[in-house]
Write a protein that binds this ligand. Structure first.
Ligand code: 13P
Length: 261
């Protein structure tokens, strides 16, 4: 991890915790976190939409040093799109980070690279930072196609900002075979993938853009494997699913993500 990049540890709650449970989890986080925990690490939590207002209220009222995040947003800012939630609505709730193109959305809800690019633009247009998820399937890895797959996904994401200065952007490397399986990528495999992602950004948008990009790793992160994953030079944080539902585990992971002093 470069001294110039602050790690970002994010909890993706997925479709878990109703708003009562979410209030409890946010309060619990606030009680567990110490000032030192966020001195060198940024934290975010990404509750379901129906929890956002409740969690926002707790984080702000209790001064919990955790940014509010969302898991998805609409392409359009407003209009006849039944069931969608727009980026301006999220920004109004002080959401700072929005996960875009999670593999569950790509795989289960048909989000294409084009849709992902449009959502990235919507998030940035509304003053928030996207966390763009990329990652290969087990079949792609076994066929030696990991680099090609990641390059294609990162290229498609960069097209969202073609011709513009690249905005603050986080890319999460989440290999599909590691998500929810208990089988995290090895630090070496995660580092190789993170380096590919950074080098694509550097090649397309310049060395400075590559050096500034924050790359998270996600997939079966636990307090036991967090430190070795974050120790990889191109990994600048973690996107945590299951373990983030338990505030004690999430705080333990955040502590493991401290850069070496
Ligand atoms: P798990 O940590 O539960 O494997 O989920 C990873 C993930 O998909 C985070 O976005």
């Amino acid at each position: 991890m470069s001294a110039r990049r602050r790690p970002l540890v994010s909890g993706n709650w997925k479709m878990n915790l109703d708003h009562h449970q979410a209030i409890h989890a946010a309060r619990d986080l606030g009680l567990r976190l110490r000032g030192a925990d966020t001195a060198a690490v940024d934290l975010s939590v990404h509750p379901p939409f129906t929890d956002l207002r409740s969690v926002q209220t707790v984080l702000e009222a209790d001064d919990v040093p955790v940014a509010l995040g969302a898991q998805n947003c609409a392409v359009e800012d407003a209009g006849p799109f039944t069931g969608e939630v727009s980026a301006p609505m999220l920004a109004k709730l002080h959401v700072e980070y929005v996960i875009v193109g999670h593999s569950e959305r790509r795989r289960l809800f048909g989000e294409t690279d084009e849709v992902v690019a449009a959502k990235l633009r919507a998030v940035v247009r509304n003053g928030m930072t996207p966390i763009c998820c990329v990652g290969e399937t087990l079949e792609e890895r076994e066929a030696g196609e990991t680099t090609t797959r990641l390059t294609g996904q990162v290229d498609a994401a960069l097209e969202a900002f073609d011709g513009e200065i690249l905005p603050a952007l986080v890319v999460a490397y989440e290999p599909l075979w590691a998500i929810g399986t208990g089988r995290a990528a090895s630090p070496d495999d995660a580092q190789d993938a993170a380096r590919v992602i950074r080098s694509v950004v550097a090649a397309r948008r310049g060395d400075e853009a590559g050096a500034q990009l924050r790359v998270q790793y996600g997939g079966s992160v636990t307090p036991a494997n967090a430190a070795e994953l974050v120790a990889a030079p191109d990994i600048d944080g973690l996107l945590v699913g299951g373990a983030s539902l338990d505030p004690a585990q999430f705080v333990a992971i955040a502590r493991a993500a401290h850069p070496p002093v």
